[in-house]
Design a protein around this ligand. Structure first.
Ligand code: ADP
Ligand code: UDP
Length: 237
């Protein structure tokens, strides 16, 4: 397998073609952005943590029956994945109020929900990823009705698996964002990443934030938080 030209450079990752048209290489950077790209910085070692942690989560989820894009970890920062057509929806699952949910609905952060919630944002930089519902996603033809239903089922399953897993590490999974894609044969698989960039993790005992909110909110100890959550995940293995 050969690494060929760069296909895309995003805010946190680069994507490279390979000599197999069905596969791409994802390369994780230390670059961090927040607030729709208005805040920029670097988090030393983040690319390694996110790559390796995301791969461990994808493998756990595969075992639990959620198909993913993961093929093989190539190095600390690079992974071979199935090339997919990304469904332009950010799928956000929440167990506890935080972030934009708390702000939008005027509630405190930290209120546990009776049941997990799910919302979609339309992945569109020009429009700044607006909130969208399943009917609107259909109207815009972003996915079929069956694909949306499948995405919702997988997203809740991911939540059940990861919530239970992180609790064994003394970590509460507050909320997270997923992206799904279509493989060549039209199947929906989990893509992109699962990392402290895309999840909120709170220490179960102290409530300490172990995720990107430390960067977003200038809380300090950003690198330490990424190292701490990664240490817990790798100690478990
Ligand atoms: P952004 O585009 O939001 O700045 P990243 O820096 O994380 O995000 O860039 C990675 C890009 O690769 C994202 O647009 C993501 O949707 C896309 N992507 C993730 N997994 C795959 C995959 N398996 N195949 C093709 N594209 C993918
Ligand atoms: N999230 C993400 N990318 C985004 C928006 C949100 O990974 O573009 C994640 C975020 O890390 C959190 C969850 O999705 O775990 C819910 O984020 P929220 O809607 O509360 O937005 P935020 O407060 O981050 O603006």
């Amino acid at each position: 397998m050969q690494k060929l030209e760069q296909l895309y450079e995003g805010k946190a990752k680069k994507v490279f073609a390979t000599d197999d048209p069905a596969l791409v290489i994802v390369s994780y950077k230390d670059d961090a952005t927040a607030f729709d790209g208005r805040k920029k910085g670097t988090i030393a070692g983040k690319g390694v943590v996110n790559n390796r942690m995301s791969n461990m989560m994808m493998q756990l989820l595969e075992k639990e029956g959620v198909p993913t894009h993961f093929i093989r970890e190539l190095s600390d920062r690079e992974t071979l994945v199935k090339k997919v057509e990304i469904v332009p929806l950010e799928v956000i699952v929440r167990n506890v109020s935080a972030g934009s949910f708390a702000k939008r609905y005027g509630v405190e952060e930290g209120i546990p929900f009776a049941e997990p919630t799910l919302e979609f944002s339309y992945k569109n930089d020009e429009l700044h990823d607006p909130l969208i519902n399943a009917y609107h996603a259909r109207a815009l033809n972003l996915a079929t009705k069956e694909e949306i239903a499948q995405i919702e089922r997988y997203a809740f399953k991911v939540n059940e698996v990861l919530k239970a897993y992180f609790l064994t590490l003394g970590v509460r999974l507050i909320d997270f964002k997923l992206e799904f894609g279509r493989t060549k044969d039209g199947k929906i698989v989990l893509a992109d990443e699962i990392s402290p960039d895309t999840c909120r993790f709170w220490d179960a005992a102290t409530g300490e934030k172990l995720d990107k909110d430390r960067f977003r909110r200038d809380l300090g100890g950003v690198e330490e938080a990424y190292r701490e959550i990664f240490a817990r995940v790798t100690a478990k293995k």
